[in-house]
Design a protein around this ligand. Structure first.
Ligand SMILES: Cc1cc2nc3c(=O)[nH]c(=O)nc-3n(C[C@H](O)[C@H](O)[C@H](O)COP(=O)(O)O)c2cc1C
Length: 245
């Protein structure tokens, strides 16, 4: 649902897709090498109970690990009931314990976590050898909406775009500070112009992603952001998680 006056989107898509096996078949048909690193995002099925979540992620990972350069473990979508509780220490520990190994695993986190919760999550990520963090997913907050969008945005789902810019950047900064740059983070949330991308790098992001920016600014935003930020990624003390793959 578009909220154009706020350059925002509310979505409650969930992970409606044909499944890991279908994705694996599609990726197997691509010409290789691709020329760019390929990240594959994993999330559990809506119907899978939380206590079977590890097996669900693991099954998707096994089906796809030969096809991706890194894996994003999505434990932060607000649209799959219970998913965000996988950010808790015990759940995340079990999940990363099962997934980390062969390919780099990055953990995608919510913007709605407290600083204490982020610090705890990072402890688990570091202890379990996660390659990095992707910050952030959509927010449950509706701050930053004005006028007609307050009512239109009141429906269920995650909010992305301009209202998320500051919060996503703050989370990236917390991650960078807490890890001391030992793990790269991918900054995402409300990047709608080249300056937003530059400020994500300033906050410590090693890479920047965008989604809602495509909707309001179109694909040319990518080139503009790349031009404006060339060489901006701060040096990381961690090895490049996808180098040489
Ligand atoms: C329509 C839509 C679908 C999304 N689906 C997913 C998803 O399946 N997995 C995920 O990790 N994030 C998903 N996201 C979140 C985005 O990847 C991104 O983290 C978030 O929208 C903030 O970035 P943005 O402000 O640039 O859109 C989705 C966002 C939108 C708008």
């Amino acid at each position: 649902f578009r909220l154009p006056a706020s350059e925002a989107v509310v979505n409650r898509m969930g992970f409606n897709n044909a499944g890991a096996a279908a994705l694996a078949a599609r990726l197997a048909a691509l010409p290789r090498p691709l020329g760019v690193p390929l990240g594959i995002s994993l999330g559990k099925s809506k119907v899978t109970p939380l206590d079977e979540a590890v097996e669900d992620y693991l099954a998707s990972y096994r089906a796809l690990r030969g096809h991706g350069d890194y894996f994003a473990v999505n434990v932060s979508s607000p649209n799959t009931p219970g998913l965000r509780s996988l950010q808790d220490r015990a759940h995340l520990d079990a999940l990363l314990g099962a997934l980390v190994g062969e390919k780099p695993v990055l953990v995608k986190i919510a913007p709605d976590l407290t600083e204490a919760a982020i610090a705890e999550l990072l402890e688990v990520c570091l202890a379990r050898g996660a390659a990095g963090v992707i910050a952030t997913n959509t927010t449950l907050s509706r701050d930053g909406l004005a006028g007609v969008d307050v009512e239109r945005g009141a429906q269920a789902g995650g909010l992305s775009g301009r209202p998320l810019t500051g919060r996503a950047r703050d989370v990236v900064a917390v991650v960078h500070r807490e890890t001391g740059g030992r793990r790269p983070s991918i900054g995402v949330g409300g990047v709608l112009d080249p300056d937003d991308a530059a400020r994500m790098f300033d906050a410590g992001a090693a890479l920047v992603q965008l989604y809602t920016g495509f909707i309001y600014r179109g694909p040319a935003l990518v080139r503009a952001a790349v031009r404006a930020t060339a060489g901006s990624a701060p040096p990381s003390t961690a090895p490049d998680p996808v180098a040489g793959r």
